[in-house]
Ligand binder design. Structure first.
Ligand SMILES: NC(=O)c1ccc[n+]([C@@H]2O[C@H](COP(=O)([O-])OP(=O)(O)OC[C@H]3O[C@@H](n4cnc5c(N)ncnc54)[C@H](O)[C@@H]3O)[C@@H](O)[C@H]2O)c1
Length: 375
């Protein structure tokens, strides 16, 4: 199998993680092209790739640079595109790439509407290409360990799970990129900052969504169109309840994240500034102490951290392409957290519980003007 030829489309903040991940998977992957509307950003990324390769004692060819992805796809022989543009522009670019039989790795959230997510899933299936969504936190050792413990049945019946994301984002953060905090291109804190933890919560609960009730508001960011605080109650089909509290209003800076799973025979709380500290690890049939679990996960984390945050996700995606298997986070998986957030927005708009069966044609554009009066 030849090395997969990657291109990055969108060379902003997050593209650095993609460059690292490609280098970390150098035996199976190479970056051959980079593209950004702002060509100087793409030039910088081409240099960054060469530099990072040198730091790792690797010799690579400098990627070709484009400001138009259509031209890039015409001229270069690319296998896989990493779509790292701003959220609202990813669907059309992803579909364009997949129609040309390119595999697509798309940043989170995968789209701004459930209809767009469905279009992306259908396009991947029609063209027999692979699609994955960057919920890379699923690969964190502590999360993998938690999922394994759930799968082994150590919790007994799962009763509830809670994700709390207590962050701060100030005016400067939103002014640096004007698309942030808009309905059309971003969504609010639940869609952007909390999307990883909502994905983890629903993945760990291991059941389909039944109903969603959401309450959201814009309290401290009047220059944004979208929410800066959100609370969600999810009822899963297996009867378990999921709770989400997410905000970018924490004074004066990020406080941290927690993920709690409550089961009949076990309770786990993961916390810390970046959800990597085992706070509680209690089971009826206690096998390991908090310290033992933490040590085991830290050893694996160190390995992963030194290699970069998207590395394991890239490895999983490359394997799925080479072996024609499903990536861990395919389009259907990527759509789940998106649906929860959109249902919570709809719930806020109509002040009622939203049933999954009532049809899921929801777009962030449906909520334009939702907080205008309050601002
Ligand atoms: N997985 C994660 O942990 C994670 C972390 C941060 C951001 N993100 C996601 O990554 C996305 C990008 O975030 P960012 O902070 O890097 O944004 P950014 O504004 O820094 O970068 C986006 C880049 O896309 C470029 N772009 C826009 N339209 C384009 C087009 N048609 N063709 C080529 N380039 C185009 C812009 O010029 C810009 O350079 C967001 O959707 C965000 O949700 C994911």
């Amino acid at each position: 199998m030849h090395k997969l030829k990657f291109a990055i489309i969108g060379c902003g903040y997050i593209s650095t993680n993609h460059i690292k991940a490609i280098i970390d998977n150098f035996e199976d992957a190479e970056l051959i092209s980079v593209c950004d509307l702002l060509e100087n950003r793409a030039e910088l990324k081409a240099d960054e790739y060469v530099l990072k390769a040198e730091e790792n004692h690797l010799t690579v060819k400098r990627p070709t640079v484009f400001n138009d992805y259509r031209e890039m796809l015409e001229k270069e022989n690319i296998d896989t595109c990493a779509i790292c543009t701003i959220s609202g522009y990813r669907t059309e670019i992803s579909i364009y790439c997949m129609e040309l039989k390119k595999n697509v790795l798309v940043e989170k959230p995968m789209a701004m509407s459930t209809m767009d997510a469905d279009r992306m899933i259908k396009t991947a299936e029609k063209n027999k290409v692979k699609l994955t969504v960057c919920y890379q936190n699923r690969f964190r050792p502590v999360i993998q360990k938690l999922r394994q413990t759930i799968d082994e049945g150590s919790f007994g019946r799962i009763i509830a799970g809670t994700a709390r994301i207590l962050w701060n984002r100030n005016r400067d953060y939103y002014e640096r990129a004007k698309w942030r905090g808009t309905w059309k291109l971003d969504g609010g804190c639940l869609m952007n900052q909390c999307s990883h933890n909502i994905d983890l919560l629903q993945w760990l609960m291991g059941s389909e969504i039944d109903t969603v009730f959401g309450q959201t508001g814009n309290y401290l960011h009047p220059y944004n169109e979208t929410e800066d605080y959100g609370s969600i109650i999810i009822r899963f089909k297996n009867g378990a309840i999921g709770n989400v509290e997410g905000t970018t209003c924490i004074y004066p800076q990020n406080l941290g994240e927690t993920l709690t799973i409550i089961g009949e025979k076990g309770t786990v709380v993961i916390g810390g500034l970046t959800l990597d500290k085992v706070m509680v690890w209690n089971f009826e049939h206690k096998k390991k102490s908090i310290e033992e679990v933490q040590k085991e996960c830290d050893l694996k984390s160190e390995n992963i951290r030194s290699k970069g945050r998207h590395t394991s996700l890239y490895k999983n995606f490359i394997d799925s392409i080479q072996n024609n298997t499903n990536p861990l986070i395919d389009g259907y998986e990527g759509k789940k957290s998106l649906s929860i957030v959109l249902m919570a927005y709809k719930s806020q708009k109509y002040s009622r519980v939203i049933n999954y069966n009532e049809g899921l044609n929801i777009s962030t554009k449906d909520f334009e003007g939702m907080f205008d009066e309050k601002n």
